[in-house]
Design a protein around this ligand. Structure first.
Ligand SMILES: [Zn+2]
Length: 480
C-alpha cells in the first residue's frame, strides 16, 4: 500500500458521512466533493441509511464512490477501525487507486486513518505455497503538504509494528537468540549505535546465573544478552531501558507444558520483539531520548543438562533463587537482565515487556496488558495515550502477600509460588521482578501474555502476532 499527499483524485473516492439520530438526515463530513446532490440520490436509491460503520460502493457515470458512515463523536480508535474496514472493502473489490477525503484535517485523525489502513495491510503468508495475489493499493489524500512528515513517521512506526508481528510469527527454529543478535547487530551497524552482546561464555564469566541456568537445556542454541544504546539526547541525564523477554521457545523445561499449551510457545519472545519494534522506531524517527534496548534471550528446552526443580541458583545480583517450577523461566532471565543493566548503565526508567503469566490472561482477558511497577506518573501518561490508541492497559497491584508467597526455606526467594500461593500469579511474578529493581529506579512491567497474540483477525489486529504496544510506547517517547 502506498499512501501519499496528492491533488490527483484517481480511483474510488472515499467519502465520510454521518447520520443525525433525530432527523435521520445524512450530513457529509468530507468536504469539496462537488456533486453531493447526485450522490445523495444514489444513496436513497440504494436505501443507504448511514447506520454506524455502514459502507456502500457504487458508480456514477464511471466514477466510483465509497461512502462510509461514521458515528457521531467518534474516537480516534473508531476512525482507525473505520479506515481498516474501508481498506478491506477496497481490497475485496480489487481496487488499485483510491482518493480519501478526510473528515477533519487534524494531525491525530490523519495518523489514525493511516494506521488503520496500513496495519490492516498485513499477512504472514511466507509458508503458504499458493498465495493470494496481492494488489498494491495507492491511496491519495488531498491535505496540506505540512503533513508529509506525519505520514512518513506514521508509516515508519507501522512498518516496525509489522516487523514485530513477523518476529513473533516466524518459526522458533529460525528466531533463535543468535538471530535476535544478528538483527540487533545489523540495526546497530546501520544506525551507528553502540552494541554489546554477552555470549554463553561471557554470561558464565560475568555470573548471570539465572540466564545461564535456563539456557542449560539447549546447549546447541546458546543464550545471549543483547544491549544496544541510542543516545538521542546526549545532554539529558534521563536514560530509559527497554527490556524484553526473548524466550525463543518455551517447552516449560522439565515442568514440561502439556499438549494444547505448548503449540504456540514460539511467541514467548514477543516481549523482545516489542521492545525491538519500539527501539527501532525511536531510532528511525530520531527521537530525542536516551534508550537502551535490552534483550535476554534463550530457549527453555529439555536435555540431560536442563536446570531442575529444587535447584538453588545464584543470580547476577547475588540473590539466590530456589526453582520450584522450570516453566517460570521468563522472570529468571528478566531478573538477571534487569540487574545487569541497572549495574552497568544506571537507567532512570525501566520498561519491561514479557509474555509472563497465564494468570494475567485469567485476570484481564486476551486484549489487555497487565501493568505493574512503581512509576504511577508514567503509567498515567501511558493510560491517557492508550485510551485513544486502542492498545489497552490496566494497572495491577504488588501487595505484601504477593511478595510473601515467594519465601523460601533454603534460598532468598522462590522463582514461583506453590500451593495456594499460586493464585494471583501475575502479581507474584511481578513481585519476583520487583525484588531485582534497585531503590529509586522507576520501573513499569508489562505482562503481555494475552495481547501479544490474537487467535482471530479483528479489524487492524491480524491473527497471531499483534505488534501491540509498539505504537503506545513510541507515542509516549515522542511527547514526553
Ligand atoms: Zn515458561
Amino acid at each position: 500500500m502506498i499512501i501519499k499527499i496528492s491533488k490527483e483524485k484517481k480511483g474510488v473516492k472515499i467519502i465520510f458521512v454521518q447520520k443525525d439520530s433525530r432527523s435521520k438526515k445524512i450530513s457529509f463530513l468530507s468536504k469539496g466533493i462537488g456533486n453531493i446532490s447526485e450522490i445523495k440520490e444514489y444513496l436513497k436509491l440504494y436505501n443507504f441509511e448511514a447506520n454506524k460503520n455502514q459502507s456502500i460502493l457504487f458508480n456514477i457515470n464511471k466514477k466510483k464512490y465509497l461512502v462510509f458512515s461514521i458515528e457521531k463523536n467518534y474516537s480516534l480508535d473508531t476512525l482507525r477501525k473505520s479506515a481498516s474496514k474501508i481498506f478491506k472493502e477496497l481490497k475485496k473489490n480489487k481496487e488499485k487507486e483510491a482518493h480519501l477525503i478526510i473528515p477533519n484535517e487534524k494531525e491525530e485523525e490523519i495518523i489514525a486513518i493511516i494506521e488503520g489502513a496500513n496495519l490492516s495491510d498485513y499477512k504472514f503468508d511466507k509458508y503458504i505455497s499458493k498465495k493470494e495475489k496481492d494488489i498494491n493499493l495507492n491511496i491519495t489524500l488531498d491535505i496540506s503538504k505540512n503533513f508529509e512528515k506525519t505520514i512518513k513517521d506514521t508509516i515508519t512506526i507501522c512498518n516496525n509494528v509489522k516487523e514485530t508481528r513477523d518476529l513473533v510469527n516466524e518459526n522458533a527454529n529460525l528466531i533463535t537468540p543468535i538471530y535476535l543478535e544478528k538483527i540487533s547487530k545489523k540495526l546497530a551497524k546501520d544506525k551507528k549505535l553502540k552494541i554489546k552482546v554477552l555470549n554463553e561464555k561471557n554470561l558464565k564469566k560475568e555470573n548471570l546465573g539465572l540466564i545461564e541456568a535456563v539456557s542449560k537445556g539447549s546447549p546447541k542454541t546458546p543464550a545471549r544478552l543483547i544491549i544496544v544504546e541510542y543516545k538521542g539526547d546526549p545532554k539529558s541525564k534521563e536514560k530509559i531501558a527497554l527490556v524484553g523477554k526473548g524466550l525463543t521457545f518455551d517447552t516449560g523445561g522439565l515442568n514440561l507444558k502439556p499438549t494444547n499449551y505448548i503449540e504456540d510457545m514460539k511467541i514467548d519472545m514477543a516481549g523482545a520483539a516489542t521492545v525491538y519494534g519500539i527501539f527501532k522506531s525511536a531510532v528511525e524517527l530520531k527521537l530525542k531520548k536516551n534508550l537502551f534496548l535490552v534483550i535476554p534471550s534463550t530457549e527453555n528446552a529439555i536435555s540431560e543438562s536442563s536446570y531442575k526443580p529444587g535447584d538453588v541458583i545464584k543470580s547476577y545480583s547475588g540473590k539466590t533463587v530456589e526453582i520450584t517450577n522450570t516453566d517460570a523461566e521468563g522472570r529468571l532471565i528478566l531478573a538477571d537482565a534487569l540487574s545487569y543493566i541497572q549495574k552497568k548503565e544506571k537507567p532512570t526508567l525501566i520498561i519491561d515487556f514479557a509474555t509472563l503469566t497465564g494468570a494475567s490472561m485469567v485476570a484481564l482477558g486476551m486484549e489487555t496488558a497487565a501493568v505493574f511497577g512503581n512509576d504511577n506518573n508514567t503509567y498515567k501518561k501511558l493510560k491517557k495515550i492508550s485510551k485513544e490508541n486502542g492498545e489497552k492497559i490496566w494497572k495491577m497491584p504488588i501487595f505484601k502477600d504477593h511478595e510473601n508467597v515467594l519465601k523460601s526455606n533454603i534460598a532468598d526467594t522462590l522463582n514461583a509460588a506453590i500451593g495456594k500461593g499460586r493464585f494471583g500469579g501475575a502479581s507474584s511474578a511481578a513481585a519476583f521482578l520487583k525484588g531485582f529493581i534497585e531503590k529509586d529506579v522507576k520501573w513499569l512491567h508489562f505482562d503481555i501474555a494475552g495481547p501479544a497474540y490474537s487467535s482471530s483477525e479483528n479489524s487492524y489486529i491480524p491473527i497471531n502476532g499483534t505488534g501491540r504496544y509498539v505504537r503506545l510506547i513510541v507515542e509516549y517517547l515522542k511527547n514526553n
